[in-house]
Design a binder for this molecule. Structure first.
Ligand SMILES: O=P(O)(O)OC[C@H]1O[C@H](OP(=O)(O)OP(=O)(O)O)[C@H](O)[C@@H]1O
Ligand SMILES: O=c1cc[nH]c(=O)[nH]1
Ligand SMILES: [Mg+2]
Length: 212
Protein backbone atom coordinates (compact mmCIF):
# COMPACT_ATOMS: atom_id res chain seq x y z
CA UNK A 1 0.00 0.00 0.00
CA UNK A 2 1.76 3.22 -1.08
CA UNK A 3 0.26 5.39 1.67
CA UNK A 4 2.29 5.99 4.82
CA UNK A 5 0.57 7.72 7.74
CA UNK A 6 3.41 8.70 10.05
CA UNK A 7 1.97 8.54 13.54
CA UNK A 8 5.05 9.82 15.36
CA UNK A 9 4.18 11.64 18.62
CA UNK A 10 5.95 14.85 17.56
CA UNK A 11 3.98 14.89 14.30
CA UNK A 12 0.68 14.15 16.08
CA UNK A 13 1.32 16.96 18.54
CA UNK A 14 2.33 19.55 15.93
CA UNK A 15 -0.59 18.63 13.66
CA UNK A 16 -2.95 19.01 16.61
CA UNK A 17 -1.66 22.55 17.09
CA UNK A 18 -2.11 23.31 13.39
CA UNK A 19 -5.78 22.32 13.54
CA UNK A 20 -6.52 25.14 15.99
CA UNK A 21 -8.44 27.88 14.20
CA UNK A 22 -6.75 30.53 16.35
CA UNK A 23 -3.15 29.50 15.56
CA UNK A 24 -1.19 32.50 14.28
CA UNK A 25 0.17 32.63 10.74
CA UNK A 26 3.70 32.56 12.17
CA UNK A 27 3.08 29.42 14.20
CA UNK A 28 1.15 27.71 11.39
CA UNK A 29 4.11 28.32 9.05
CA UNK A 30 6.61 27.01 11.58
CA UNK A 31 4.61 23.82 12.22
CA UNK A 32 4.22 23.18 8.48
CA UNK A 33 8.01 23.33 7.99
CA UNK A 34 8.70 21.20 11.05
CA UNK A 35 6.27 18.46 10.03
CA UNK A 36 7.67 18.62 6.49
CA UNK A 37 11.14 17.90 7.91
CA UNK A 38 9.81 14.97 9.95
CA UNK A 39 8.00 13.53 6.91
CA UNK A 40 11.21 13.94 4.90
CA UNK A 41 13.06 11.89 7.50
CA UNK A 42 10.55 9.05 6.98
CA UNK A 43 10.37 9.37 3.21
CA UNK A 44 14.15 9.17 2.88
CA UNK A 45 14.57 6.11 5.10
CA UNK A 46 15.40 3.74 2.26
CA UNK A 47 17.63 5.98 0.15
CA UNK A 48 20.57 3.91 -1.05
CA UNK A 49 24.01 4.41 0.48
CA UNK A 50 27.43 3.62 -0.91
CA UNK A 51 30.74 3.15 0.89
CA UNK A 52 33.44 5.80 0.70
CA UNK A 53 36.89 6.21 2.17
CA UNK A 54 37.66 9.63 3.59
CA UNK A 55 40.59 11.18 5.40
CA UNK A 56 39.58 11.43 9.07
CA UNK A 57 41.46 12.88 12.04
CA UNK A 58 43.31 9.59 12.62
CA UNK A 59 43.77 8.57 8.98
CA UNK A 60 41.59 6.79 6.45
CA UNK A 61 38.02 6.00 7.61
CA UNK A 62 35.32 3.98 5.88
CA UNK A 63 32.07 5.97 5.83
CA UNK A 64 28.80 5.87 3.93
CA UNK A 65 27.32 8.52 1.68
CA UNK A 66 24.12 8.83 -0.29
CA UNK A 67 24.52 6.92 -3.52
CA UNK A 68 24.29 8.63 -6.91
CA UNK A 69 20.59 9.46 -6.75
CA UNK A 70 19.92 13.19 -6.77
CA UNK A 71 16.81 14.79 -5.33
CA UNK A 72 14.48 17.49 -6.56
CA UNK A 73 11.89 18.95 -4.24
CA UNK A 74 8.70 19.91 -6.06
CA UNK A 75 6.55 22.41 -4.18
CA UNK A 76 3.07 22.75 -5.63
CA UNK A 77 2.52 26.52 -5.57
CA UNK A 78 1.47 28.20 -3.69
CA UNK A 79 0.91 26.28 -0.47
CA UNK A 80 3.74 23.80 -1.12
CA UNK A 81 6.25 26.59 -0.49
CA UNK A 82 5.16 26.32 3.12
CA UNK A 83 6.88 22.92 3.35
CA UNK A 84 9.93 23.59 1.18
CA UNK A 85 12.40 24.81 3.80
CA UNK A 86 11.52 21.90 6.05
CA UNK A 87 12.57 19.43 3.35
CA UNK A 88 15.68 21.46 2.47
CA UNK A 89 16.73 21.54 6.12
CA UNK A 90 17.40 17.80 5.81
CA UNK A 91 18.39 17.61 2.12
CA UNK A 92 20.16 20.95 1.58
CA UNK A 93 21.67 19.95 -1.75
CA UNK A 94 18.31 19.21 -3.39
CA UNK A 95 17.31 21.22 -6.45
CA UNK A 96 13.87 22.78 -6.53
CA UNK A 97 11.33 22.31 -9.34
CA UNK A 98 8.40 24.69 -8.93
CA UNK A 99 5.00 23.65 -10.23
CA UNK A 100 2.04 26.01 -10.09
CA UNK A 101 -1.33 24.31 -9.87
CA UNK A 102 -4.55 26.04 -8.90
CA UNK A 103 -7.89 24.42 -8.22
CA UNK A 104 -10.77 26.07 -9.93
CA UNK A 105 -12.94 26.48 -6.86
CA UNK A 106 -16.17 25.89 -8.77
CA UNK A 107 -15.23 22.89 -10.91
CA UNK A 108 -12.48 21.71 -8.48
CA UNK A 109 -10.41 20.93 -11.61
CA UNK A 110 -6.63 21.36 -11.25
CA UNK A 111 -5.02 23.78 -13.72
CA UNK A 112 -1.24 24.20 -14.22
CA UNK A 113 -0.07 27.79 -14.45
CA UNK A 114 3.71 27.31 -13.97
CA UNK A 115 6.20 24.52 -14.68
CA UNK A 116 9.83 25.35 -13.85
CA UNK A 117 11.61 21.99 -13.65
CA UNK A 118 15.31 21.26 -13.07
CA UNK A 119 17.33 19.04 -15.45
CA UNK A 120 18.24 15.32 -15.25
CA UNK A 121 14.79 14.45 -13.93
CA UNK A 122 15.25 10.86 -15.11
CA UNK A 123 18.06 10.50 -12.52
CA UNK A 124 16.36 12.26 -9.63
CA UNK A 125 14.03 11.29 -6.87
CA UNK A 126 11.20 13.86 -6.96
CA UNK A 127 9.72 14.76 -3.57
CA UNK A 128 6.47 16.61 -4.19
CA UNK A 129 5.35 18.78 -1.29
CA UNK A 130 1.86 20.17 -0.76
CA UNK A 131 0.09 20.52 2.60
CA UNK A 132 -3.25 19.22 1.32
CA UNK A 133 -4.23 16.15 -0.73
CA UNK A 134 -7.96 16.74 -1.18
CA UNK A 135 -9.58 15.46 -4.41
CA UNK A 136 -6.08 14.58 -5.61
CA UNK A 137 -6.47 16.62 -8.80
CA UNK A 138 -3.48 18.87 -8.08
CA UNK A 139 -1.25 15.96 -7.11
CA UNK A 140 -2.22 13.80 -10.09
CA UNK A 141 -1.63 16.74 -12.48
CA UNK A 142 1.80 17.34 -10.92
CA UNK A 143 2.82 13.68 -11.13
CA UNK A 144 1.53 13.58 -14.74
CA UNK A 145 3.76 16.48 -15.74
CA UNK A 146 6.81 15.19 -13.83
CA UNK A 147 6.55 11.78 -15.50
CA UNK A 148 6.07 13.44 -18.89
CA UNK A 149 9.33 15.30 -18.21
CA UNK A 150 11.14 11.98 -17.58
CA UNK A 151 10.80 11.44 -13.84
CA UNK A 152 10.57 7.78 -12.86
CA UNK A 153 10.90 8.01 -9.08
CA UNK A 154 8.26 10.15 -7.37
CA UNK A 155 7.16 10.46 -3.74
CA UNK A 156 4.65 12.87 -2.23
CA UNK A 157 4.71 14.54 1.20
CA UNK A 158 1.42 16.02 2.40
CA UNK A 159 0.41 17.24 5.83
CA UNK A 160 -3.18 15.99 5.54
CA UNK A 161 -4.68 13.53 3.06
CA UNK A 162 -8.33 12.78 2.30
CA UNK A 163 -9.27 9.20 1.39
CA UNK A 164 -10.66 10.54 -1.92
CA UNK A 165 -7.28 12.03 -2.87
CA UNK A 166 -5.36 8.95 -1.83
CA UNK A 167 -7.62 6.82 -4.06
CA UNK A 168 -7.16 9.20 -7.00
CA UNK A 169 -3.35 9.03 -6.77
CA UNK A 170 -3.38 5.26 -6.24
CA UNK A 171 -5.56 4.71 -9.30
CA UNK A 172 -3.55 6.92 -11.66
CA UNK A 173 -0.05 6.48 -10.20
CA UNK A 174 0.13 3.31 -8.08
CA UNK A 175 3.94 3.54 -7.96
CA UNK A 176 3.92 6.85 -6.08
CA UNK A 177 4.29 6.57 -2.32
CA UNK A 178 2.49 9.19 -0.22
CA UNK A 179 3.78 10.23 3.22
CA UNK A 180 1.28 12.07 5.38
CA UNK A 181 0.85 13.25 8.96
CA UNK A 182 -2.83 12.27 8.87
CA UNK A 183 -5.44 10.49 6.80
CA UNK A 184 -8.50 12.56 7.57
CA UNK A 185 -12.21 11.69 7.36
CA UNK A 186 -13.61 13.01 4.06
CA UNK A 187 -14.15 16.03 1.80
CA UNK A 188 -16.99 18.48 2.25
CA UNK A 189 -19.15 19.60 -0.69
CA UNK A 190 -16.61 22.36 -1.50
CA UNK A 191 -13.71 19.91 -1.67
CA UNK A 192 -12.26 20.89 1.73
CA UNK A 193 -10.77 18.21 3.93
CA UNK A 194 -12.71 17.46 7.13
CA UNK A 195 -11.41 18.05 9.76
CA UNK A 196 -8.37 19.24 7.76
CA UNK A 197 -6.67 22.57 8.26
CA UNK A 198 -8.91 24.90 6.25
CA UNK A 199 -7.28 26.66 3.30
CA UNK A 200 -3.62 25.87 3.88
CA UNK A 201 -2.37 28.41 1.32
CA UNK A 202 -4.31 31.20 2.98
CA UNK A 203 -3.08 30.16 6.41
CA UNK A 204 0.57 29.99 5.30
CA UNK A 205 0.56 33.23 3.34
CA UNK A 206 -1.75 35.14 5.67
CA UNK A 207 -4.22 35.88 2.89
CA UNK A 208 -7.86 36.08 3.74
CA UNK A 209 -9.87 32.89 4.13
CA UNK A 210 -12.57 32.79 1.52
CA UNK A 211 -16.16 33.17 2.70
CA UNK A 212 -17.80 29.84 3.38
O1 LIG B 1 -6.38 17.73 -4.05
P1 LIG B 1 -7.01 18.96 -4.65
O2 LIG B 1 -8.51 18.90 -4.68
O3 LIG B 1 -6.42 19.30 -5.97
O4 LIG B 1 -6.73 20.14 -3.63
C1 LIG B 1 -5.50 20.35 -3.03
C2 LIG B 1 -4.87 21.59 -3.56
O5 LIG B 1 -5.62 22.74 -3.12
C3 LIG B 1 -4.76 23.64 -2.47
O6 LIG B 1 -4.20 24.55 -3.34
P2 LIG B 1 -5.05 25.79 -3.92
O7 LIG B 1 -5.68 25.43 -5.21
O8 LIG B 1 -5.94 26.32 -2.84
O9 LIG B 1 -3.93 26.83 -4.28
P3 LIG B 1 -3.00 27.69 -3.30
O10 LIG B 1 -1.83 26.81 -2.97
O11 LIG B 1 -2.60 28.84 -4.13
O12 LIG B 1 -3.78 28.09 -2.09
C4 LIG B 1 -3.71 22.73 -1.87
O13 LIG B 1 -2.54 23.40 -1.50
C5 LIG B 1 -3.49 21.73 -2.97
O14 LIG B 1 -2.57 22.15 -3.95
O1 LIG C 1 -9.03 21.33 2.72
C1 LIG C 1 -8.42 21.83 1.76
C2 LIG C 1 -8.59 21.36 0.45
C3 LIG C 1 -7.87 21.93 -0.53
N1 LIG C 1 -7.01 22.92 -0.25
C4 LIG C 1 -6.85 23.39 1.01
O2 LIG C 1 -6.04 24.32 1.25
N2 LIG C 1 -7.57 22.82 2.00
MG1 LIG D 1 -5.47 27.55 -1.38
Amino acid sequence: MPIHEIRHPLIRHKLGLMRRADLSTKNFREMAQEIAALLTYEASKDLPLEPATIEGWCGAVEVEKLAGKKVTVVPILRAGIGMLDGVLSLIPGAKVSAVGIARNEETLQAQAYLERLVGQLDQRLALIVDPMLATGGSMVATIDLLKKAGCVNVRALVLVAAPEGIRAVEQRHPDVHIYTASIDSHLDDKGYIIPGLGDAGDRIFGTRQKDA
